[in-house]
Write a protein that binds this ligand. Structure first.
Ligand code: NAD
Length: 256
């Protein structure tokens, strides 16, 4: 018996990185997975990986910063599976590293519209569907950058602090009707996004592992699977008393 046997989950940004690992982990624990991404190729690869492992999945291509795409994603999920039990709002971008006063306004707009407004719009649609079925669990991807600042990353830091705020507020508003809402805050995780940040920070003179590993008390960066494990547990009935929590999964990073 899997942790999330028979449940339906929507995972945004599931075409790569943490989202893909989360989709695979949900499927391995018995869920039917709606794999969503703006990148149809990455999304289709994730569906193929799930099916190869014997799981059930379908792809819905959607840009989380577009209201109509988000509405269609949730509508298609309900039309196919009848309800949404779990949702993971994972799609996000890192944007550009720059000192605060030099941050392009466009970089701020892009990051906020995907990471923060995208999460907000997905949560609204997911909660509306969960209210109809009477229960549900949402996990949002914040970051250690949702708990503390990082010089050069002000729009990203603002977006991830905002995601923590949306998480707490929705948890307060929907706790009594059986909808739990939590956020996870990964430290450095081995994905394209971390490679991009390391490249921008060092100009390619150090690998991601060389630059980021020693910054973590455990002496290394994390794997997407290590984040997925927490997300799937939080989504499962085992976490029935956990809501409004904003939880680091960071090799001790924010304990420093
Ligand atoms: P990634 O870049 O490897 O994957 C992100 C996925 O999101 C990609 O498949 C991409 O196509 C998709 N995506 C981007 N914009 C989208 C949009 N508008 N609509 C739909 N899909 C979109 O990144 P990752 O490292 O796997 O990050 C996943 C989440 O975890 C992000 O929210 C990120 O901020 C957060 N996070 C990552 C790290 C890390 O170290 N990697 C640390 C903390 C938090």
């Amino acid at each position: 018996m899997g942790l999330v046997d028979g449940l339906t989950v929507v995972v945004t940004g599931a075409g790569a990185g943490i989202g893909r690992a989360t989709a695979l982990c949900f499927a391995a624990e018995g869920a039917q997975v709606v794999v969503s991404d703006i990148n149809s190729k990455g999304g289709a690869e994730t569906v193929a990986l799930i099916e190869k492992a014997g799981g059930a999945a379908m792809l819905v291509v959607a840009d989380v910063s577009k209201h109509d795409d988000v509405a269609a994603l949730i509508d298609q999920t309900v039309a196919t599976y009848g309800k949404i039990d779990c949702a993971v709002n994972n799609a996000g971008i890192e944007g550009k590293i720059a000192p605060f006063a030099d941050q392009p306004n466009e970089n701020f707009d892009d990051i906020i519209s995907i990471n923060l407004k995208g999460t907000f719009m997905c949560m609204k649609a997911e909660i509306a569907a969960m209210l109809k079925s009477g229960s549900g669990s949402i996990v949002n991807l914040s970051s250690v950058a949702g708990l503390i600042g990082f010089p050069g990353l002000s729009p990203y830091v603002a977006s991830k602090h905002g995601v923590a705020g949306l998480t707490k507020n929705a948890a307060l508003e929907y706790g009594k009707v059986g909808i739990r809402v939590n956020a996870v805050c990964p430290g450095g995780i081995d994905t394209r996004m971390l490679d991009s940040l390391a490249e921008q920070a060092t100009g390619g003179t150090q690998t991601t592992t060389q630059m980021m590993g020693p910054l973590h008390p455990v002496g290394r960066i994390g794997t997407p699977q290590e984040v997925a494990e927490l997300i799937v547990w939080l989504s499962s009935p085992r976490a029935s008393f956990v809501t409004g929590a904003v939880i680091p999964v960071d090799g001790g990073f924010v304990a420093q």
